[in-house]
Design a protein around this ligand. Structure first.
Ligand code: FE
Length: 255
């Protein structure tokens, strides 16, 4: 299994604090069946800045440590970039890195409470540059929860999304779990990944999430998400079904 969103790099953000933390997270990832993981440290979120070259070097260091400890996990470079107006300019300046440095998929994090007005235009500008934006954990954004048609518009225009495994498993509460299931059902999400920060309060939960998805929908959904993570790492086109608007009230009483 491939996990495309994690904070496993030591000492760069609110994820692993030390190399020991990173190794613990790596061992837990392997025990969950993860063999490749993209390290996506926060960038430009008001607290942390992690630029492309630095991330590449730190990923190499972590891979060397994993090899020395015989932990069978391959770490790939990535970045979780908070949305801001100069993203494309800074991509040109090689401060922003695409997932697995493949020059194709760009993680975009929205602020947790709202969606900036320029988001739609920026997502379109990113695609004009032949990059594919992936909005991370839209299910945790307050404005999108209240106005899901806004996310539908982004997805319908070619933006992809990543839902966090712990949201599906219910660790962030019923509302976020419900919205996650609605996004999956309406073909508005393309990846499930951990966004793991540690081995306790924010761990992987990938198998828990896939169990929930298989029970609620079918194993085909699980297979699609597993395949998409592989396609992304290989820089290929991922599977997507035509998105639908979320039908109101459909899930009432189920979660
Ligand atoms: Fe994250």
């Amino acid at each position: 299994m491939i996990d495309i969103h994690s904070h496993i790099l030591p000492g760069v953000d609110d994820g692993a604090k030390s190399i020991e933390d990173s190794l613990e997270m790596a061992r837990m990832a392997v025990s969950e069946g993860i063999h490749k993981i993209i390290a996506t440290p926060h960038h430009m979120n008001g607290k942390y800045e992690n630029r492309k070259q630095d991330i590449i070097h730190r990923v190499a260091d972590l891979n060397a440590a994993l090899k020395a400890e015989a932990v069978p996990l391959d770490v790939l470079p990535g970045q979780e970039t908070r949305i801001y107006g100069e993203i494309l300019k800074d991509y040109e300046l090689e401060e922003i890195i695409t997932l697995n440095d493949g020059g194709k998929f760009l993680f975009i994090e929205l602020p947790s409470a709202h969606v900036p007005r320029y988001t739609e235009q920026l997502l379109s500008d990113i695609q004009f540059e032949r990059l594919t934006p992936i909005i991370v954990h839209p299910e945790r954004n307050q404005e999108l929860i209240q106005n899901p048609d806004l996310l539908y518009k982004f997805v319908n225009n070619g933006t992809l999304t990543q839902v966090t495994a712990a949201s599906v498993s219910g660790a962030f509460g019923k509302n976020i779990q419900k919205f996650s299931m609605q996004l999956i059902e309406s073909n508005q999400t393309h990846f499930i990944s951990s966004d793991a920060h540690n081995i306790t309060s924010r761990s992987f939960k990938m198998n828990e999430a896939f169990d929930v998805i298989e029970k609620k929908f079918s194993v085909d959904y699980v297979d699609l998400f597993l395949a998409n993570a592989e396609l992304l790492v290989e820089g290929k086109t991922v599977y997507k079904e035509v998105p639908e608007k979320i039908k109101k009230k459909k899930f009432l009483g189920i979660f």
